[in-house]
Design a protein around this ligand. Structure first.
Ligand SMILES: C[S@@+](CC[C@H](N)C(=O)[O-])C[C@H]1O[C@@H](n2cnc3c(N)ncnc32)[C@H](O)[C@@H]1O
Length: 239
């Protein structure tokens, strides 16, 4: 599995947030957090959330702050350590549990969580359906995740990435959801200019590009070539 080894290195974990989410990358962090917050809606106290492949806890910490009863699970001790530090810095250590585990064998009973979130995860997976089925198994209501898209400028550089990157078409995602017995409640497509582009820019320069990107993205052709999709899937009601 591509990401599993890569994220075990101390320096990868320590630099993860800075490399991706400083400068122009801050716009990406903001957009991803908006996507998660808008899909989950107002969080009722005690809403049970699992974040799979939580990494440095960007979303785990944010959702704990919103009142979720949350577990962040990741296979990398080093990434989890960054997450624990982030939660401690935010004064949220007592509201979040970080746990080491493999997303293909989640250590929870069926339907244990209300919502399962998995961000920046599916591009690393060789067996995505197996993972999706496992996310579905432990969720009683919602599975929220993102994918990187095959029909986008990301194809220009994705093969250069040290941990590789699997790209998806809408049809593949739809098939995966069907096979995992999930229904689609919402989808958003964004970033005609892919993440890698923004990461290379200083924040002040990235802003105008993002403005243009959003203008183009808000058109049907823009959706068609967006590099990222955010998917809000639901467990069907029992008949
Ligand atoms: C690109 S990072 C994303 C981290 C976080 N979700 C974010 O968006 O910042 C991918 C994460 O997946 C984790 N990972 C890879 N394979 C995994 C597996 N089989 N089970 C759980 N986590 C895994 C890695 O350790 C890493 O933290």
């Amino acid at each position: 599995m591509k990401g599993q080894d890569w994220y075990q290195a101390d320096e990868v974990a320590e630099e993860y947030d800075d490399v991706r989410f400083s400068g122009g990358g801050a716009l990406i962090d903001r957009r991803e957090k908006e996507a998660v917050l808008s899909a989950l809606g107002p969080i009722e106290e005690g809403h049970r959330v699992l974040e799979v492949a939580c990494g440095t806890g960007r979303f785990t910490t944010m959702l704990a702050d919103q009142g979720a009863d949350i577990v962040g699970l990741d296979i990398s001790r080093e990434m989890l350590e960054q997450g624990r530090e982030k939660a401690a810095d935010a004064g949220l250590s007592d509201r979040v549990e970080f746990m080491r585990g493999d997303a293909s064998r989640l250590p929870f009973p069926d339907d244990h969580f209300d919502t399962v979130v998995a961000m920046r995860f599916f591009h690393l997976m060789d067996e995505p359906l197996q993972f999706m089925t496992e996310l579905r198994r432990v969720s009683s209501d919602q599975v929220f995740f993102d994918t990187f898209n095959a029909r986008s400028l990301r194809v220009l550089y994705t093969w250069l990435l040290p941990m590789g990157s699997r790209l998806y078409s809408e049809r593949q995602v739809a098939e995966m959801l069907r096979a995992a017995d999930l229904t689609l409640a919402g989808e958003e497509h964004d970033f005609v200019l892919p993440y890698g582009f923004y990461r290379e820019l200083p924040g002040a320069v990235a802003g105008p590009f993002r403005f243009l990107d959003e203008l183009i993205g808000n058109t049907i052709p823009g959706d068609y070539v967006a590099s990222v999709s955010y998917w809000d899937a639901r467990v069907p009601d029992e008949a």
